[in-house]
Design a binder for this molecule. Sequence first.
Ligand code: 16G
Length: 242
Amino acid sequence: MNELLDKQSPIPIYIQIEEQLRARISAGEFEAGAAIPSERELTESFGVSRMTLRQAVTNLVNDGLLYREKGRGTFVAIPKVEQPLTGLTSFTEDMKARGMTPSNQLIEFKEIDPEPDVAGELGLQSGEKVFSFKRIRYADDKPMAIERTFLPVKLFPGLTEEALKGSLYSIIEEQQLRISHASQRMEAALVKKEDAELLKIGMPSPVLCIERLSYLGNGSPFELVRSIYRADRYKFITDIKR
Ligand code: 16G
């Protein structure tokens, strides 16, 4: 057993390991985003069983200091993105403002008759179609969120898959439309299996679900977006007044 672990102590060994790893992380021995040594290396260096080591690592994952990526290993958590809830900004703008490089993966794009709830939110008459598309949003090549977007076809008749490789809000503003305001609802949930795979997070992981209904300057709703954000990468912040 590693010389820093004390078998006689009333503190369980896995907690002692947890404390040692915590100290090594805060001392910068493992960099943010970098993998910690493999389970085999750690069990050998601590001289403990896999089960004891896993308990320590799981506590650090639950505390948000480490995160696991399926099939890749365990990494030191990167500080969460602090996203203000006050401005109506796009994902692309938000990531660029933080010096990160945004990118998208469009995994679905179709023109459909909307479900009644979607048509209702977007104020569409029967027979009016929507573009429905799903994008995985990345910052510095790491998945951050999944967005399912509904746009009335009548507002964006020429929209193509190609255009959605970039920023949707830029496309809209290039059409001389003014994005004005939005209403948002947010709730916590546990990630679904297919989304966990896209976001490269384990099961069960918490996520933040946001629904945004956004309006143009003339008062018409132009997008309904249902997003799933990684709770380990996002912190939503807001200033409040009394
Ligand atoms: C944000 C918005 C989303 C909008 C997207 C446009 C939330 C919850 N969602 O992700 O509604 O469609 O930005 O981003 O904030 P883009 O211009 O980079 O495509």
